[in-house]
Design a protein around this ligand. Structure first.
Ligand code: HEC
Ligand code: HEC
Length: 299
């Protein structure tokens, strides 16, 4: 904060407190032409409702003074006046770091004990999975949903279809280092709108979806443009995160359709799973990998 803003904040704060004090003093003084204390003021509402000139109760007035004194003491002890850091030298970052260190000391050993056990075994431990679910709800549910079934653009983690692979170590890597799926717009590479539509019909036919047979067979040859990433049979490539187009599971639309595939081809598609190595650390990521794996057990 520059010293201008520091002074600006400090003066505004102190000025407000002084103004409050002045307002109370001013309001409690009798003024000329006003009714005497205890008398009616002459204001009448609803025929017979009269206003008296009575002072505020003492205790109420004292509350105002106490609030002002509290505010002043607070501003001396804690930061609040621009750059002045307060007599206690308390600060938010320090307090956060201390709380984090305390929680690390308390819970760290629990997570590191879990981290020593294999993911597949951990996935069968009910207590570990309760802890894993709490982490999941805190850190993952915003994107993958509270039941981990995903949303458009965010993969379902409970089905047996994986973009990058569903082995314990692969899941853990997705969490630790993140993933970036990239499909550039492909319309130009296919040529014209008709080719795009034909390829889209072919893609829909791969999963037995709604497709025109003639257009699909015309699109088949042109699918070669897509094969580098999605594979010659459209079964996807986990190294690139290119989805399997034959399984009837869709990432970028709720149900597949020719229109959705046309849009994917013309616009390109990309998705980013953020890395959690720095943010959560290896031990919590290990437990989370076990939790995700447990959602898929028996596949
Ligand atoms: C450079 C590699 C690459 C090429 C070439 C490519 N794709 Fe993709 N495609 C991907 C990736 C990666 C994704 C997933 C994007 C993400 O992470 O969200 C994807 C997603 C899609 C989707 C969405 C799937 C879903 O589940 O919603 C469709 C449909 C698709 N591609 C069709 C095609 C077609 C048709 C072609 C050829 C015209 C093609 N792609 C060419 C890499 C590619
Ligand atoms: C900001 C949103 C976001 C958050 C937060 C997030 N993810 Fe993801 N995650 C994604 C997206 C998007 C993808 C798909 C990436 C792609 O399209 O290539 C993904 C992919 C994944 C995959 C790979 C799925 C597959 O099919 O291979 C796993 C596993 C995963 N996430 C687990 C988690 C876990 C566990 C957490 C919590 C620590 C988490 N994610 C937090 C957005 C998120």
């Amino acid at each position: 904060m520059s010293s201008f803003w520091s002074w600006y904040v400090a003066l505004l704060t102190v000025g407000n407190i002084v103004a409050c004090y002045w307002l109370i003093r001013w309001a409690s003084k009798p003024r000329k032409g006003e009714a005497n204390e205890g008398d009616v003021t002459g204001h009448t509402w609803d025929d017979d409702l009269q206003e008296y000139n009575n002072p505020l109760p003492r205790w109420w007035l004292w509350m105002f003074y106490i609030t002002i004194v509290f505010g002043l003491i607070y501003l001396i002890l804690y930061p609040g006046l621009g750059r002045f850091s307060g007599v206690f030298n308390w600060n938010q970052t320090e307090a956060y770091n201390q709380q984090m260190a305390a929680s690390e000391a308390r819970y760290g050993p629990i997570f590191s004990a879990y981290a020593k056990r294999p993911i597949a075994e951990l996935a069968k431990d009910a207590a570990a999975m309760r802890a894993g679910q709490r982490l999941y709800l805190n850190y993952c549910a915003t994107c993958h949903g509270s039941t981990a079934t995903g949303a458009v653009g965010f993969p379902n983690l409970t089905d047996s279809e994986w973009l990058y692979g569903g082995k314990p170590e692969t899941i853990k890597q997705s969490i630790l280092d993140g993933r970036q799926g990239m499909m550039p717009p492909m319309g130009a590479a296919l040529g014209d709108a008709q080719s795009v539509e034909e390829v889209a019909h072919y893609v829909m036919s791969l999963s037995g979806g709604d497709a025109d047979t003639a257009k699909a067979s015309a699109g088949k040859a042109k699918f070669a443009t897509c094969a580098a990433c999605h594979g010659p049979e459209g079964k996807g490539n986990p190294a690139l995160g290119a989805p399997d187009l034959t399984n009837g599971t869709w990432l970028h639309s709720s149900t597949g359709s020719v229109a959705a595939v046309v849009a994917a081809i013309n616009e390109g598609r990309s998705g980013k799973m953020p890395a959690h190595r720095q943010f959560l650390g290896a031990d919590k990521s290990h437990l989370l990998a076990a939790y995700v794996y447990s959602l898929n057990e028996g596949q």
